[in-house]
Ligand binder design. Structure first.
Ligand SMILES: O=C(O)CCC(=O)C(=O)O
Length: 290
């Protein structure tokens, strides 16, 4: 491990921002998701708020394929970027990190976590890790902040996230790529918890409109969904304008938080997706270079 204690989010390394996002922006995402699932063959039955769950359950026979196609569909979901680049997110980032201008990192996801009875996917039920592991090992001067934005209320029962406040002071810990995704090595986790009795995990509980911010070294994990509902979320990563993005060469430029989501911004998203879909592309992650 190496020690680097400066977190833009202060010594706790994370913040729970309550009621930070207008519900209409989340509603727009759900409407676009619903349209997309209709096109994929699962028509909506009415205008009920929870219809996206009912539609998505039609795809429950192969939850990893569904998750993959959801990710690939990001260029067709401008509502996700309207939220990610919104004035509200700009305000949240400025108030909590002090960054006067922020940019979106190409490291971001949309996730759907099915109830565990449909299977548990390593992409949505992630063990203890630090997001620094997803960054390119060629970039060493990084300061990335994650905004985890649930599109449904979340808690420990339906697959919310658990955070280890103050773990940012540990700096980067060695990870391994386990069966259920990248995770801090067992022996390191044990040593850390043994030495640092002040590190006590918190199971977050969010309602619609809340978001969780955490920095690149803050340990977190995502819990099993033991409920009957799907847990939808987006996780966007941000940097202070002009600094390293965590994944170079993915698009012509980083979208600026607060800018209008027009066709030019969506063409950047498409460019990122084309690159990721290209079999010749290798995405280098620090977690694989221990
Ligand atoms: O959404 C999840 O369940 C996992 C999120 C996460 O671990 C991350 O964004 O790094």
């Amino acid at each position: 491990m190496h020690f680097k204690t400066e977190s833009p989010l202060g010594p706790l390394g994370w913040r729970h921002c309550k009621n930070a996002i207008p519900k209409n922006l989340i509603q727009e995402i759900k409407a676009e998701l619903s349209e997309w699932m209709t096109i994929k063959g699962s028509p909506k039955k009415g205008l009920v708020f929870n219809d996206i769950d009912r539609q998505a359950k039609q795809f429950s026979n192969c939850i990893s394929d569904f998750q993959l196609s959801l990710q690939k569909n990001l260029p067709c979901l401008p509502s996700v970027y309207k939220l990610a680049l919104s004035q509200e997110i700009k305000g949240v980032l400025e108030a909590n990190t002090g960054w006067s201008k922020s940019e979106l990192s190409p490291i971001h996801n949309i996730r759907v976590k099915y109830p565990s009875k449909y299977g548990v996917s390593p992409f949505t039920t992630v063990p203890w890790h630090q997001d620094y592991g997803a960054t390119d090992p060629g970039q060493s001067n990084l300061c990335v902040v994650t905004a985890w934005i649930p599109l449904t209320s979340t808690d420990s029962h339906n697959g919310g996230i658990e955070i280890m406040p103050r773990s940012t002071s540990l700096g980067w810990l060695e990870h391994r790529r386990g069966e259920s995704g990248p995770e801090v090595k067992d022996e390191i986790m044990k040593e850390v918890l043994n030495e640092r009795r002040d590190l006590q995990p918190i199971k977050t509980k969010t309602i619609l409109g809340d978001l969780i911010l955490f920095d690149q070294y803050t340990l977190h994990r995502s819990l099993i969904n033991s409920s009957n509902q799907l847990r939808w979320s987006i996780d966007m990563r941000y940097i202070s304008s002009g600094s390293e993005s965590g994944r170079p060469g993915m698009w012509h430029r980083n979208p600026v938080v607060g800018e209008c989501v027009n066709t030019e911004v969506m063409s950047l998203i498409q460019q990122r997706q084309n690159l990721m879909d290209n079999p010749e592309t290798t995405i280098r992650k620090r977690v694989d270079s221990n």
